[in-house]
Design a protein around this ligand. Structure first.
Ligand SMILES: C[S@@+](CC[C@H](N)C(=O)[O-])C[C@H]1O[C@@H](n2cnc3c(N)ncnc32)[C@H](O)[C@@H]1O
Length: 253
C-alpha cells in the first residue's frame, strides 16, 4: 500500500501552470520533438505494456516549447536553485541555443549520460548518449562531491560522463523514456541535500519524485499524461517495501 502523500506529490498539470514552487533543484527531461509515441516497434519491449498518452512536442514548435520550459524553470526555482535539463541528440542544439538566449538563467556546463541501449544501435552507429544541461539561477549553487552510487564508489568519479544502464521492469506498465533509478540517485545526491525540494514539471513516470523521496528530499512533480501516475504507483510499489527500504538496499541487508 503506497502512502497517499507520495501519490499526491504527482499532479496532472501543464508545465506552464506552475507558479512559485520555490524548488532547490529541478530535474527534467523534455519530449524529444521527433514524433515519438513511445510505442515505436523498434524498441525491445512488449508494446502492449507501454502506457499511452505521452505528449510529444512538434518539431516546428520545439524552440517555443523550450522557451516555455525555461520560463517554468525560472518561475519555480529558488534564488540559489539549479536545474538539470536532459536532451537527446536530435534537438540538443535547440536546447543549447534557447538556454543561451534566455535571460535570467546561467548555463554552467554539460554532462553526458551514456547508457546501454538505443533503438537503432544494432543497425548503425548510434548515440547512446543524453546531454544534461546544468543551469543555475544565480551565482551560488550546491554541489556534493561524492555520491553513494558506483559513480563515486568504484574507480575515479567523473561527473562529465555518467555511465548508467537503463533498468527495465518486467510485468509492469511501462513509461516511454523512463529515466533509470541509479542515474537519478547519483544526480540528486550530487546536486541537493536532504530535505531540499526537487521539482519535475515533465515527470512522465515520476521517477524524479520517487528517487527524491527515497533519498529524503521533498518533491513535487507533474505531467499532462495521467497514465504516468499509474506507472508511478507501480514503480513506488516496486521500489518501496514495508520497511521503506529501496529494493536493492533490501537485497543487500
Ligand atoms: C521524456 S518524457 C519524461 C520521462 C520521465 N523523465 C520519466 O523518467 O518517466 C516527457 C514528458 O513530458 C510530458 N509533457 C509534454 N508536454 C507537457 C506539458 N506542457 N506539461 C506537462 N507535461 C508535458 C509528456 O507527456 C512526457 O511524459
Amino acid at each position: 500500500m503506497i502512502n497517499k502523500a507520495l501519490l499526491d506529490g504527482f499532479k496532472i498539470k501543464d508545465m506552464n501552470s506552475w507558479e512559485n514552487v520555490n524548488a532547490d533543484l529541478i530535474i527534467t527531461d523534455p519530449p524529444f520533438g521527433i514524433e515519438f509515441s513511445g510505442k515505436n516497434g523498434n524498441y525491445h519491449r512488449n508494446v502492449e505494456n507501454v502506457v499511452s498518452g505521452y505528449v510529444e512536442w512538434k518539431v516546428l514548435e520545439y524552440e517555443e516549447k523550450i522557451q516555455q520550459l525555461l520560463g517554468c524553470i525560472k518561475k519555480n526555482l529558488k534564488e540559489n536553485g539549479q536545474a538539470l535539463i536532459f536532451s537527446g541528440w536530435n534537438n540538443s542544439n535547440i536546447v543549447h541555443n534557447e538556454i543561451m538566449k534566455f535571460n535570467g538563467l546561467i548555463l554552467r556546463g554539460k554532462m553526458y549520460w551514456t547508457y546501454n541501449f538505443a533503438p537503432s544501435c544494432i543497425k548503425r552507429p548510434s548515440h547512446n548518449v543524453y546531454e544534461i544541461y546544468w543551469i543555475t539561477n544565480g551565482d551560488k549553487w550546491k554541489y556534493n562531491s561524492r555520491c553513494t552510487t558506483h559513480h563515486c564508489q568504484s574507480g575515479e568519479p567523473n561527473l562529465t560522463t555518467l555511465n548508467f544502464k537503463r533498468d527495465y521492469k518486467v510485468n509492469m506498465p511501462k513509461y516511454p523514456t523512463r529515466l533509470p533509478f541509479k542515474l537519478l540517485h547519483c544526480l540528486i545526491e550530487h546536486f541537493s541535500n536532504e530535505n531540499d525540494l526537487i521539482f519535475d514539471p515533465l515527470c512522465g513516470s515520476g521517477m524524479v519524485g520517487l528517487v527524491a523521496s527515497m533519498l529524503k528530499r521533498r518533491f513535487i512533480i507533474g505531467d499532462l499524461n495521467e497514465n504516468g501516475k499509474i506507472v508511478f504507483e507501480h514503480l513506488s510499489n516496486y521500489y518501496l517495501n514495508k520497511n521503506n527500504l529501496i529494493q536493492y538496499q533490501k537485497l543487500m541487508t
